[in-house]
Design a protein around this ligand. Structure first.
Ligand SMILES: Cc1cc2nc3c(=O)[nH]c(=O)nc-3n(C[C@H](O)[C@H](O)[C@H](O)COP(=O)(O)OP(=O)(O)OC[C@H]3O[C@@H](n4cnc5c(N)ncnc54)[C@H](O)[C@@H]3O)c2cc1C
Length: 462
């Protein structure tokens, strides 16, 4: 065991939530001793071998460069910053909505100080009306699109500012927190180390949610289940959604399915982007990216189409449910992710290499052609097909035969712990924030949550 160093605050996780928390604390109280422990690498050393062209398929690295490391899961995202409380998390359920919006704007101005753009896409009521005429419900927001590369630069600047103010340890995997002694136990370079803090903040993101949930269970902290979203990543020629994306940047549209009454959401739209894989704690799922630079753009756009499920008693493992479905897709694709043409799916046929090559949409991810109906439950699949057909009424071409569906994409949200002002009930001076604690699911709300917790620690937000 190494020596126990003491800090005023120990933050577990160097994603946007943890970074904003550290930023606010160090800005308002420069003499405060703050440590961030991050299990992944420093931002400059986060190199996904697929993105660097070393391999074509995910090789399941020990730490996933996409999900883990300084700047967190958002580091290589295309940086859509949603200035809204309508979606992106559940903070408005635990505190006043206007306050949440105020914090989102405060976080935005910190990002602007570190290089983020000022231009914002405004909502468009004409498109909203068009959707309503087809029983589709478009969520409205002011959105900033930084682009993957500009987002990276902004986060790098923010981290560099913090490096002058606080201590950051990367490749430091936190295994446990002793809530009585307020000690954080972690491993670095094979060595077991301990630090202590007056305040300990879990900001572990989705990747750390299993560790956090099991810690809560071991320590008697009550948790409340969140919804789980399961579906596919849709890829099609960018022209199909251009009339939306040129006006609002990112269409976010909900369909309430006619048969089941479920909500299926179109979101995470990437114009002229790329479909990518994501290693979610050992299971491969899909996601999307887009770059601002012209030479890095593709001819396709992609978006997530996910169906939300809220489980009721006695089932209380929604995350495991989603992981099992994604794991099944991995299994039948020989350890990877699947791609299928919509037409093949509707005809009850597997997409083969030959059929994929014959298609008019060229995939941006080299996935394994297969059959999604072998791993996706009927309910979710029905909802996805119905939603694609309905979306086709406002953006004709969406339900074309060659539209590509990659699976499985899932977003699972951590169960929310029982808290009072983000302090865990049953663990005094231990706080939780961001995606890992099920309060948020976006850059803007996770960033806001970091600032909110910092202000609570500073006694400025009660
Ligand atoms: C590919 C992709 C694209 C996205 N695009 C967008 C977008 O455009 N707009 C948007 O609003 N949102 C987007 N998101 C979601 C957004 O990135 C998250 O909502 C946001 O990053 C959550 O912030 P966080 O700080 O709560 O968690 P994270 O950013 O996940 O950070 C948590 C950090 O904690 C670390 N950690 C976990 N466990 C431990 C441990 N035991 N010890 C030490 N460290 C640990 C992790 O390595 C990670 O770096 C995207 C996500 C992904 C994966």
């Amino acid at each position: 065991m190494g020596l126990t160093k003491h800090y005023d605050a120990v933050i577990i996780g160097g994603g946007i939530g943890g970074l904003m928390c550290a930023y606010r604390l160090s800005e308002k109280k420069p003499d405060m001793k703050i440590l961030i422990l991050e299990r992944g690498k420093d931002l400059e050393n986060r190199k996904c071998p697929i993105l660097t062209g070393k391999v074509t398929k995910c090789i399941k690295c020990k730490t996933c460069a996409i999900m883990e490391g300084m700047a967190g899961a958002g580091a290589f995202s295309d940086g859509k910053y949603n200035i809204t409380t309508e979606y992106g998390g559940w903070l408005p359920r635990v505190m006043d909505e206007k306050k949440v919006m105020d914090y989102i704007l405060q976080a935005d101005s910190i990002l602007v100080q570190h290089g983020a753009q000022k231009e914002v896409y405004e909502p468009d009521n004409e498109l909203k009306t068009l959707c309503l005429q087809h029983d589709l419900h478009m969520q409205q927001a002011r959105v900033k699109h930084l682009g993957t590369d500009a987002n990276y630069g902004t986060m790098l600047n923010l981290i560099n500012t913090l490096k002058e103010r606080i201590e950051i340890e990367t490749e430091a995997v936190v295994n446990d927190v002793d809530k009585e002694k307020l000690e954080v136990l972690y491993t670095k370079n094979g060595e077991n180390l301990t630090v202590s803090g007056d305040k300990i903040i879990f900001a572990v993101g989705r990747i750390g949610n299993r560790m956090f949930e099991s810690w809560c269970d071991r320590n008697g902290i009550k948790r409340f289940n969140n919804q789980v979203d399961i579906g596919v990543r849709v890829e099609l020629p960018y022209e199909v959604w251009k009339h939306f994306s040129s006006r609002i940047y990112e269409p976010k549209i909900i369909n309430r399915s006619s048969h089941y009454g479920d909500r299926t959401r179109m979101f995470c739209f990437n114009e002229r982007g790329h479909v990518v894989t994501e290693n979610s704690d050992g299971v491969l799922t899909v996601n999307g990216h887009s770059y601002k630079e012209e030479e890095r753009k593709s001819k396709n756009s992609n978006f997530a189409l996910l169906c939300s499920t809220n489980f009721t008693e006695p089932f209380n493992e929604p995350v495991e449910y989603a992981r099992d479905i994604a794991a099944l897709a991995n299994k039948i694709s020989g350890g990877y992710v699947l791609v299928q043409r919509l037409g093949d799916l509707m005809d009850g046929k597997r997409t083969t290499e030959h059929r994929l090559l014959a298609g008019t949409v060229k995939p941006t991810l080299k996935a394994v052609p297969g059959d999604l109906s072998l791993c996706m439950p009927k309910r979710q699949l029905d909802n996805i097909i119905e939603t694609l057909q309905r979306l086709d009424t406002v953006a004709p071409g969406t339900a074309n035969y060659d539209t590509l569906l990659y699976g499985v994409e899932c977003k699972y949200y951590s169960a929310r712990p029982d808290v009072e002002n983000f302090e865990l009930k049953g663990a005094k001076n231990v706080y939780a924030l961001g995606d890992g604690a099920g309060f948020t699911r976006s850059l803007s709300q996770a960033a806001a949550n970091g600032l909110i917790v910092a202000d609570i620690l500073l006694g400025e937000n009660n």
